[in-house]
Design a protein around this ligand. Structure first.
Ligand code: 3BY
Ligand code: FES
Ligand code: FE
Length: 418
């Protein structure tokens, strides 16, 4: 047994060194994974999908989070609700993972039948003393943040989602998520702990050497740079970017597109950050030629060159909202060494594939980038499992948001562990 596996989770949390990667057990231990599922994924707001995943009454989507399975369904009253996917008879899992169109929620075991609002409508053989009103599906807290769906498995969800929803509403409104459609979804299983997936997402230090496709639309300086590494030309470029950024923010804000950074990644339970970042060249979209991939603009936007509004949430999502499409990512832990990265590309609901957009052109930058990131997460996990692993320092210039993720995570554990 290694020294570290004898140290308690509480001790590991207490001795975490700020500015450094986490110690190995945070990435490799099955015990810490169970703590993560309980404290982080069991008691915080988890991003699970978007309003257009369930566009019509009767559209359902099942998302599994560790041992929990959740049904997200739109009722006949157009409200989206979430329920535990556990039958109130003998507890069978009712619906399989993925999407379905349903009239009722029917358990395959003994056909107990629930309405889309969760009430038990039908159960045979239960006798005169049985009260169906006490046997509805158990609700799960669900919040739509301008069309982004978050659930919380706890009975006491963090109240500060209200602040995130209020702050994000003017940023997200121009992209009119309700009137978009999921054009494509990819599910990629990364061979790494979910925190390596998130840490990797929170920096672009690795972008230049690893993401040739992404670095076409993305400005390297948008995600931070090391001033001490810049030669004269680099300084000129950084300067040009800073000016361009100021001018772009001023122009977009004048057009009614809030763009300035809001950053609450580490100072609250429902941590988040947003900022609208310029895109290089034509300034339009995260595509190989930086031009819009879809001819139908979102939300009736008339300016095509509005860059990308980035939105990051703790613990498990990141998104880019452009004028022509949206890319939305969630990370769902599978076990201590595996994580599902689910990516959705959304276009205007009236856009027609092959006419208004080409699916290959829409998805190629992030499909390639996701594969590259999966390889990086896998080598991160291999390193964390090696007995020689020692937590190394984050860059103060380009890994500041990785530190905010790690600090948030450690704070949340510290606040919840007895
Ligand atoms: O998508 C993101 O938000 C992060 C930051 C830059 C690269 N990356 C995967
Ligand atoms: Fe669902 Fe029996 S377990 S109907
Ligand atoms: Fe990456």
């Amino acid at each position: 047994m290694s020294e570290q596996s004898r140290i308690s989770v509480k001790e590991l949390v207490a001795r975490r060194k700020a500015g450094y990667a986490l110690e190995a057990p945070f990435y490799t231990s099955a015990e810490i994974f169970r703590v993560d599922m309980d404290v982080i994924f069991g008691r915080h707001w988890i991003f699970v999908g978007l309003d257009p995943d369930v566009p019509e009454a009767g559209d359902a989507m099942v998302v599994n989070i560790g041992p929990s399975s959740v049904i997200i369904v739109r009722g006949d009253d157009e409200e989206v609700r979430a329920f535990h996917n556990v039958c109130r008879h003998r507890g069978a899992r009712i619906l399989p993972e993925g999407k379905a169109i349903i009239g009722n929620v029917v358990c395959p075991y003994h056909s107990w039948t629930y309405g889309l609002e969760g009430g038990l409508k039908f159960a045979e053989h239960m006798g005169p003393g049985f009260d169906p009103t006490c046997h509805g599906l158990k609700p799960v807290a669900l919040r739509s943040v301008s069309g982004l769906l978050f659930i919380c498995l706890s009975d006491d969800p963090p109240a500060d989602i209200d602040e995130m929803a209020a702050a994000m509403a003017p940023y997200l409104a121009p992209h009119d998520i309700r009137n978009t459609r999921v054009a494509f979804q990819s599910d990629l299983i990364e061979d790494g702990n979910w925190k390596l997936t998130m840490e990797n997402n929170r920096e672009c230090y690795h972008c230049a050497p690893n993401h040739p496709e992404l670095t076409i639309p993305l400005f390297a300086y948008g995600f931070g740079f090391a001033p001490d590494a810049l030669d004269e030309e680099g300084r000129r470029e950084a300067d040009r970017y800073a000016k361009l950024m100021r001018a772009a923010h001023a122009r977009w804000e004048a057009e009614g597109l809030p763009s300035r950074e809001i950053e609450h990644l580490a100072d609250r339970a429902t941590g988040f950050r947003t900022e609208r970042l310029p895109i290089d060249q034509s300034g339009e979209s995260q595509t190989m030629d930086t031009r819009a991939a879809c001819r139908v603009a979102l939300g009736g936007l008339t300016d095509k060159a509005i860059g990308g509004l980035s939105f990051w949430t703790q613990p498990n999502s990141w998104h880019h909202f452009m004028g022509d499409h949206i890319v939305s990512f969630s990370a769902i832990p599978i076990d201590e060494g595996h994580t599902l990265v689910r990516t959705k590309w959304l276009v205007h609901k009236d856009a027609v594939e092959g006419v208004d957009y080409d699916l290959q052109r829409l998805t190629e930058v992030w499909e390639a980038t996701n594969r590259q990131d999966a390889d990086l997460v896998a080598i991160g996990q291999q390193g964390a499992t090696d007995p020689a692993y020692e937590a190394g320092p984050y860059s103060p210039y380009t890994e500041g948001l990785v530190e905010k993720f790690a600090a948030w995570y450690i704070d949340r554990l510290a606040a919840s562990l007895p």
